[in-house]
Design a binder for this molecule. Structure first.
Ligand code: 3HC
Ligand code: NAI
Length: 697
């Protein structure tokens, strides 16, 4: 028998152990090893019952995702699972770690299941743009019922052992030693003459479902998971389980699976799965780089960002000292944090004890001396270099040697901030996204002098507080905000050229962005950009007349966005629903006339190209300059920080899907119309000339 799947027998029980680090995925040697081992156990007349278990940190975590897209080497997983299903002796699966996807499908093809108390099970295929393709959609409804199965399959959520026991997905929870108790379970089954309990022989109980059940489920899911194809296919497959005999249901599932696996959506979601994990690898950072202990954190500024940043650490059980200039601002910040935990409690996300324990970890102060012992300080004060300098000089005086000094600046030069300290190697940018306690992205900005230890510790810390850390170099806007500039510019120009706010937002929403650029501006407040443009004008920067032409007029009319009840749209009191406003159409028309811009119909396709292609072009520059390490990092930034549709995999993945030659052609067309703001990035031109894509970098 192979190294990967070990076969032993003891006292009439066959023990089959999978050993395929790191996560025991079902790669070819595992599949063939399982087929061989189960055939052997079935044949062996001495064997009365069988236990399937795994070595290492987890039970099987699913199919081997790296094998997708390549021809499947026999035996296929469905074939292996059919074989297991048909074995004439009871099989017990011993689950620990995470039994996911094909792993749970394997466990469902065993006849009985026992789980370690900390084990979790789930069918996360939907998150990879897939459905469980090895019988999961047919077996699970037979074991736990249609509604519970749909919930697990369509959401992809993980279920803890206790819940799995409650819903009948596992039979037992081990008390002390999982393997020993699994063997004892198998022995009991053998002694009692229990027959194999095959899913394939169980009926699906759909008696309680009315005729419209699946259609309503489809509609509700389409709303919740807008634009995603896989959840709908999951529902189709489960519905098949209620209509078709087992083997025909398996065929229907297979057909849907094969269609999804070659779909652009699944490719995009699989790309993100790996890009997410790769983001934590920092090129040139030795693996053995020491990590500094972060046991306590200081946050400066308790405004929009500071309070949210603090909550991240409190949630992770790390005490925070929050510093403000004035008692009033401090009280406001502390109240924001208290309200957050009250809300979590009310919504049932945290128990009263958990909420109180988190909230108790924050201390407010007006005195820098209270930072003497902290391991990390994050500054989130006003966006002014002068104030940042004052703050960092104070930090340099009070913080202990080795403390990490971080700035949350979104536009200022991290190196300039670091330069006022005597320890620029300990300074780093930790750029959170608003709302900081919600958005999963953390740009870790590596200054020219930031040392390896500080960078490695920051990346590790990102994971600890549930963020995905992406390393960025120093430049105006780092990765995400730098790319946003062209997006905002084009939205403004499109308005002048004839597209309405509604048309632009609809086209972008249809493309899959969480929100269109115009509604987004209203949410963020038009005065922010206005002030920046005024400052740039005062500095003598050369700003094209069309830039902010509409927004500036709106601000001057007192239309600041949602906060003033009107911006590009108008808002009824207490509502965030945008209502088109003819007054704004007049403003746009006047601005266009003054600038001599002829207005015409613009197609939705052009709107999407004009907004998305600047992201791609700027990203190519960012890659060339080494501001981002790899295209996948840029995709991770845009999906987790800016609401780029997950099923499009991020702007780079999307450009590859369209085809870089087509993207470059369009960019050249826009360049001939609008000049060098559309100048193609040399990297993009080179990739097209070499017939390559971003994925080849
Ligand atoms: N296939 C191939 N590689 C996998 C993998 C898989 N299913 N799951 C994880 N890996 C790799 C990761 O890429 C990573 O590689 P790296 O070290 O080179 O970066 C390594 O295993 C460890 O993974 P994590 O860093 O994610 O480790 P964690 O301990 O944080 O998480 C986990 C472990 C919960 C198992 C997580 O890896 C996970 O969620 N994996 C994916 C599970 C999944 O989606 N399964 C369904 C697959 S599709 C399927 O089964 C189809 C079937 O229905 C036919
Ligand atoms: P804010 O205005 O809401 O909060 C700033 C807080 O800092 C105020 O409470 C103020 O009292 C306090 N403060 C000012 N000077 C101080 C000082 N010298 N010492 C201590 N506290 C001081 O601002 P916001 O939006 O939270 O931004 C803070 C920083 O985060 C800025 O650098 C900004 O660029 C950055 N940022 C903002 C994002 C956003 O969406 N608002 C997103 C990402 C970064």
């Amino acid at each position: 028998m192979s190294e990967t799947v070990k076969y032993e027998t003891q006292d009439g029980i066959a023990l089959i152990s999978v050993n395929n680090p790191p996560v025991n995925s079902l790669s070819h040697p595992v599949r063939s090893g399982l087929a061989e081992a189960f055939s052997a156990a079935d044949r062996d007349t001495e064997v009365e019952a069988i236990v399937l278990r795994c070595e290492g940190r987890t039970f099987i975590a699913g199919a081997d995702i790296t094998e997708f897209g390549k021809p499947m080497k026999a035996p296929s997983l469905p074939d292996v699972l059919s074989l297991m299903d048909s074995v004439g002796k009871p099989i017990v699966a011993a689950l620990h770690g995470t039994a996911l996807g094909g792993g749970l499908e394997t466990a469902l093809s065993c006849h009985y299941r026992i789980a370690a108390p900390a084990a979790r099970v789930g069918l996360p295929e939907v998150r990879l743009g897939l459905l469980p393709g090895a019988g999961g959609t047919q077996r699970l409804p037979r074991v736990i019922g249609v509604e519970k199965a749909l919930d697990m399959i369509v959401s992809g959520r993980q279920v803890k052992a206790a819940e799995a026991l409650e819903i009948g997905l596992v039979d037992r929870i081990a008390v002390t030693d999982l393997t020993e108790e699994a063997i004892a379970f198998a022995r009991e089954l053998a002694d009692s003459g229990a027959a194999p309990r095959r899913c394939s022989e169980q009926a699906v109980d759909s008696g309680a479902l009315d005729a419209g059940f699946f259609d309503r489920y489809r509609q509700a899911t389409a709303k919740r998971q807008r634009g995603f194809e896989a959840p709908q296919a999951c529902i189709d497959a489960v519905e098949s389980a209620t209509r078709l005999p087992f083997t025909e249901g398996l065929e229907a599932e297979r057909e849907l699976f094969v269609k999804l696996i070659s779909s652009p959506q699944s490719k995009a979601q699989r790309h993100l799965f790996f890009a997410d994990r790769e983001a934590s690898n920092v090129a040139g950072l030795p693996k053995e780089t020491p990590i500094r202990e972060i046991g306590s954190v200081g946050v400066i500024g308790a405004g929009t960002m500071g309070a949210g940043i603090a909550i991240n650490f409190l949630n992770a059980g790390i005490p925070v000292t929050l510093l403000e200039v004035q008692q009033e601002a401090l009280d406001r910040g502390l109240a924001t944090i208290r309200n957050y935990y009250q809300d979590r409690r009310k919504k049932g996300r945290l128990t009263a004890e958990q909420a109180d324990a988190c909230a108790a970890l924050v201390t407010g102060t007006l005195d820098y001396a209270d930072f003497a012992g902290v391991d990390l300080v994050i500054e989130a004060v006003f966006e002014s270099m002068e104030i940042k300098h004052q703050v960092f000089k104070r930090l340099d005086e009070v913080c202990r040697p080795g403390a990490i000094l971080a700035t949350n600046t979104s536009t200022l030069n991290v190196d300039e901030i670091a330069a006022v300290t005597g320890r620029p190697e300990d300074v780093v940018g930790l750029h959170f996204f608003s709302p900081a306690q919600v958005m999963r992205l953390l740009e870790v900005v590596r200054g020219a002098k930031t040392c390896d230890e500080v960078l490695a510790t920051s990346m590790k810390l990102a994971g600890r507080i549930g963020k995905v850390g992406v390393v960025a170099g120093v430049c105006d806007g780092f990765i995400g905000n730098r790319m946003l500039k062209g997006y905002g510019r084009e939205a403004g120009t499109l308005l002048l050229e004839g597209a309405s706010p509604v048309q632009i937002d609809k086209a972008v929403h249809q493309f899959g962005m969480a929100m269109g650029p115009i509604a987004m501006s209203d949410l963020a407040g038009l005065d922010v950009g206005y002030r920046i443009r005024q400052q740039r004008r005062e500095r003598g920067d050369n700003i094209p007349a069309s830039e902010g032409a509409v927004a500036d007029r709106l601000v001057e009319l007192g239309r600041l966005g949602q906060k003033s009840g009107k911006g590009y749209y108008r808002y009824d009191a207490g509502s965030r629903a945008p209502i088109p406003d003819p007054e704004v159409d007049d403003v746009i028309r006047e601005a266009a006339a003054e600038l001599g811009i002829e207005r015409s119909q613009i197609t939705d396709d052009e709107i999407v190209q004009r907004l998305i292609y600047p992201l791609v072009n700027e990203a190519a520059l960012i890659l060339e300059e080494g501001i981002a390490q790899r295209p996948g990092d840029i995709d991770v930034v845009w999906v987790n920080g800016y609401g780029f549709p997950v099923y499009r995999g991020g702007p780079m993945c999307y450009a590859d899907e369209i085809g870089l030659p087509a993207v470059l052609d369009k960019i050249r067309e826009f360049q001939s119309r609008y000049g060098d703001i559309w100048k193609p990035a040399p990297l993009l031109e080179r990739l097209v000339a070499e017939n390559k894509s971003f994925a080849d970098l």
